[in-house]
Design a protein around this ligand. Structure first.
Ligand SMILES: Cc1cc2nc3c(=O)[nH]c(=O)nc-3n(C[C@H](O)[C@H](O)[C@H](O)COP(=O)(O)O)c2cc1C
Length: 209
């Protein structure tokens, strides 16, 4: 039995294409794996605090030496890390915002990257100085963009700080088994959006065939 952590980063509750993608994914996963459990993490409409000085001090202080205020400053981070550690599968639905990810998702990432807990720094390691501490997890990235042209060899490939960034973060955490489905054109004509919708949703369906 697996635990699937479903993370939604779109600020839109209605008409959100990334939420339609996570919903389809969850529906299919339930059909194929009825015994599995789900945990839902809302980011798009949640107040995930930014890392501040007390957070940093707390993160680098052993638990037994933390003041009450420092414990409080790191409590949400501890809970989010535990939630992530308990997941076998991570499903992230996210729009592109200003070439990257929504700031709520960035705030979440800053909360769950914890030295010696979810990652370690080993300078000189090939490809990345980070060695992740999360093991045996599979991630699905369900990504949407208002525009297009961010794919390999395409006109704006150099401006995609969404998918490469998320993959690098997952690698920092030790999650290297990553599958992406991308939907483009969400802010373009109805015809373009509809074509991209059907392509992306067919790709999600194909994950379960
Ligand atoms: C603040 C903001 C910034 C955005 N920046 C980009 C961008 O840089 N590139 C792009 O292709 N689309 C951009 N978009 C469009 C969104 O990616 C698109 O509308 C997406 O479908 C929103 O996700 P959702 O449908 O899941 O709500 C942006 C939208 C917003 C609100």
């Amino acid at each position: 039995m697996k635990n699937v952590l479903v993370i939604n980063a779109s600020p839109n509750q209605h008409g959100s294409q990334s939420r339609l993608m996570t919903e389809r994914f969850v529906r299919l996963w339930m059909q194929h794996n009825p015994a599995d459990t789900f945990t839902f993490r809302e980011l798009g409409n949640a107040d995930i605090p930014h890392v501040n000085q007390q957070w940093v001090k707390s993160a680098f202080t052993p638990d037994e030496a933390r003041s009450a205020g420092e414990k409080q400053a790191i409590a949400l981070s501890d809970a989010l890390v535990k939630e992530l550690q308990n997941a076998d599968v991570i499903v992230l639905g996210s729009p592109m915002h200003n070439l990257s990810v929504p700031s709520t998702l960035k705030a979440y990432i800053d909360q769950i990257i914890r030295m010696s807990i979810t990652t370690t720094l080993v300078p000189g390691t090939p490809n990345s100085p980070y060695v992740g501490l999360l093991e045996n997890k599979k991630a699905y990235l369900l990504l949407v963009r208002g525009g297009y042209g961010f794919g390999k060899g395409e006109i704006y490939e150099h401006m995609d700080f969404q998918e490469p960034y998320l993959k690098a973060v997952l690698q920092m955490l030790g999650v290297t088994d990553v599958t992406s489905v991308k939907m483009n054109h969400t802010a373009m004509s109805e015809e373009q959006r509809s074509r991209s919708y059907h392509q992306a949703h067919a790709q999600i369906d194909a994950l379960f065939n």
